[in-house]
Design a protein around this ligand. Structure first.
Ligand code: TXE
Length: 480
């Protein structure tokens, strides 16, 4: 069985414990590879390697840093098919999605920051004829990058690329549920000739490896994407050490459909924003609010199209929804469907585990599920489910739907469907959320920053923000 290795100081090596964890193929419900059960010793080794590499990497001309990142981006493009297949096997998502979204985006992340490395400029302020103030931005040091399982290579590269571009060296930890593409990525780094120690990838459990990264005194900046509960733990550990933190956490995002929307666009995109990647995207719109005059028509059409979605073998090009990432996660999502029933919800379609035949007979598949009849304040509508489950609720006025939308502890993203431009601006301004899409979903210009409000996190990633995050500002004032 294939053994995944840690990537430390430029080499692929075994964990110090020599112990391994099972890595599952969620579509088959079977172990198909092993990943290192690393611990604090491996994190220490990786951090020493990153510290040793820091002086030369941070002082390398930015063109050189850029060219390494671009070379890795090119290798990802070269290996697109193999990486997409690996991502699909490891995560459960349809291979078509990995090929069209995850892997191209991973390459784009590397390319974007390859370019950012050479175009970044810090500020200068001229105080009339009295003084010149300018800002020097130095890379902070060794960065810890901890990424989740829903968009494995996509979010892994989203963190390490700006860190490397800024001149930091990195100790990274992919999710233990989806380690494979980060492992393949480490091989690409070796092929690209990335200097040793610049990037180190440690595989293993969050409670051991993630915790050791949070606690390590020589890792001074941490970028994390994952669950809100884990984010709180990391903050509690790292904040007293005054580590710089960026936490991108969960969401319970409203998808608001006004009666004057472009109906076809609103329905078809809402199907996508509800069920893409099995609903395992922190930006999915899991609470759909529909203006009452359109409610029945929308629900009928939405349910009809949900029923037509194919839950199936992720390697099949026809499949719309693959497997959930793990049995534990499938059970969590099923428990929320039970909760919705207890809370008085009516399931219009879905609600059950799907039993496929053949190689996928034991996979973690779930029907896309649509629930109505619940109020906005019940637990089903307040807690993050993170699966192919949405609720639909009617509303009568703008003020009412804004209250509903803002009623959760989260504030990550929101979607608004209306053809009324003034309303689009008015409602966007009042929704507490890091990003708002009007008449679209998931579209992102990589130059814009992104992050959550309230319990969806702190800090902003993307664009120049990420470069600023991984650097420390020093201001110099020269009196004229
Ligand atoms: O994620 P974790 P989990 C949400 C979603 C999901 C819930 C829990 O609702 O059901 O979170 O998922 C590492 N110190 N999201 O528990 O644990 C872990 O190894 C440092 C939303 O599977 O947050 C992995 O690499 N690190 C989300 C990473 O944290 C620790 C994406 C994320 O896993 C750690 C995923 C610790 N003590 C889940 N414990 C999003 N925002 O996109 C774990 N980790």
């Amino acid at each position: 069985m294939e053994k995944i290795m840690n990537y430390i100081d430029g080499g692929l090596i075994e964990p110090s414990s020599k112990k391994y964890l099972d890595n599952y193929n969620p579509a088959e419900g079977k172990v198909y590879s092993l990943l290192p059960d690393s611990d604090i010793e491996d994190v220490n080794l990786a951090t020493i390697a990153a510290q040793q590499a820091f002086a030369s990497w941070s002082s390398l001309p930015s063109e050189k840093r850029s060219s390494y990142l671009q070379k890795i981006a090119d290798l990802i493009v070269r290996d697109l098919d193999a990486l997409a297949l690996a991502e699909s096997i490891d995560q459960g998502k349809p291979v078509k999605l990995a090929k069209n979204m995850d892997i191209p985006r991973a390459a784009a992340n590397m390319s974007f920051y390859a370019s950012a490395a050479i175009h970044f400029a810090s500020e200068a302020h001229i105080t009339d004829t009295q003084a010149i103030n300018y800002t020097i931005r130095n890379p902070i040091g060794v960065a810890g990058c901890i990424s989740p399982w829903n968009l494995p290579l996509y979010l892994f590269t989203w963190k390490i690329a700006p860190a490397l571009a800024a001149g930091c060296t990195v100790v990274a930890k992919p999710s233990e549920l989806t380690p494979m593409t980060a492992y393949l990525f480490s091989k690409l780094c070796i092929e690209a000739g990335l200097p040793k120690g610049v990037l180190n990838i440690i595989h293993g459990l969050g409670s051991k490896v993630g915790q050791a990264i949070s606690e390590h005194t020589s890792i001074t900046v941490i970028s994390f994407t994952g669950g809100t509960v884990t984010g709180k733990k990391i903050a509690a550990t790292a904040a007293p050490m005054f580590k710089k933190l960026s936490l991108e956490l969960g969401g319970k995002n409203p998808n608001i459909i006004f009666a004057d929307c472009d109906f076809e666009q609103a329905v078809s995109t809402s199907i996508n924003s509800s069920f893409a990647n099995q609903g395992e995207i922190c930006l999915c719109g899991s609470r759909i609010f529909v203006e009452r005059s359109l409610y029945e028509k929308f629900v009928d059409e939405f349910v009809k199209r949900t029923k037509a979605l194919i839950v199936g073998d992720p390697s099949d090009e026809q499949t719309n929804l693959g497997a959930l990432v793990s049995e534990a996660h499938l059970n969590k999502v099923l428990s929320y469907i039970e909760l919705a029933k207890q809370e008085g919800g009516e399931i219009l379609t879905g609600g059950h585990r799907v039993k496929l035949t053949g190689r996928c007979a034991d996979g973690y598949f779930l029907e896309p599920t649509v629930i109505v009849g619940l109020g906005h304040q019940c637990r089903t509508n307040q807690e993050e489910i993170f699966g192919p489950v949405v609720t639909i609720m009617p509303f009568d006025s703008e003020d009412e739907v804004i209250t509903y939308a803002n009623s959760t502890a989260y504030g990550l993203s929101a979607t608004i469907w209306t053809e009324n431009l003034k309303r689009a601006h008015r409602v966007s301004a009042q929704i507490k959320s890091g990003i708002i899409w009007v008449n679209c979903w998931l579209f992102r210009d990589l130059r814009t920053s992104f992050g959550g409000m309230k319990q969806s996190g702190v800090g902003r990633e993307g664009g120049w923000e990420a470069i600023r995050f991984f650097t420390e500002a020093k201001n110099v004032c020269i009196r004229l």
